[in-house]
Design a protein around this ligand. Structure first.
Ligand code: HEC
Length: 118
């Protein structure tokens, strides 16, 4: 192999190295930018934003019923399903959240509701 061919390969290798690096950095940057949107709010935050105006900051009720009572805890003890359905579909007065919140968000609110202290 003569010198100029060697130099050519070296140049290609160096260019390739930087191109790959730039690619990795750009995808990292893109991922970094996407992160805040993907970051899920906690059940507590979502409850404060969506539910507290009717059920109270602590879930003890207001316009909507107290979500902390023993009777309700009993009803919900086996699964989140009833709470998830209620949030998804709403009730007589309670609005439906299926357009506003995704399934993950609804699940995390349901989990949070179960932890509310009487
Ligand atoms: C506009 C006021 C309002 C908002 C906002 C609201 N609720 Fe309700 N919620 C009610 C009312 C009123 C009822 C009872 C009657 C009915 O179903 O409409 C109720 C009932 C419920 C029940 C059923 C209680 C039972 O007896 O089993 C659950 C669980 C519940 N709400 C959770 C939530 C959660 C979680 C959110 C937030 C995602 C939320 N609610 C937002 C007013 C509201």
């Amino acid at each position: 192999m003569n010198k100029s061919i060697k130099r050519y390969f070296a140049a290609v290798a160096i260019f390739g190295f930087f191109a790959a690096g730039a690619f990795v950095l750009s995808t990292r940057a893109a991922a970094g930018q996407a992160a805040p949107q993907e970051q899920t709010s906690t059940g507590a935050e979502l409850f404060a934003q969506n539910c507290a105006r009717c059920h109270g900051e602590t879930g003890h009720g207001g316009k909507g019923p107290d979500l902390t009572s023993q009777k309700r805890k009993e009803k919900w003890k086996d699964s989140d399903e009833k709470i998830v359905n209620k949030i998804t579909n709403g009730g007589f007065i309670m609005p439906s959240f299926k357009k506003k919140l995704d399934a993950d968000q609804i699940n995390s609110i349901a989990e949070y509701v179960r932890t509310l202290k009487p």
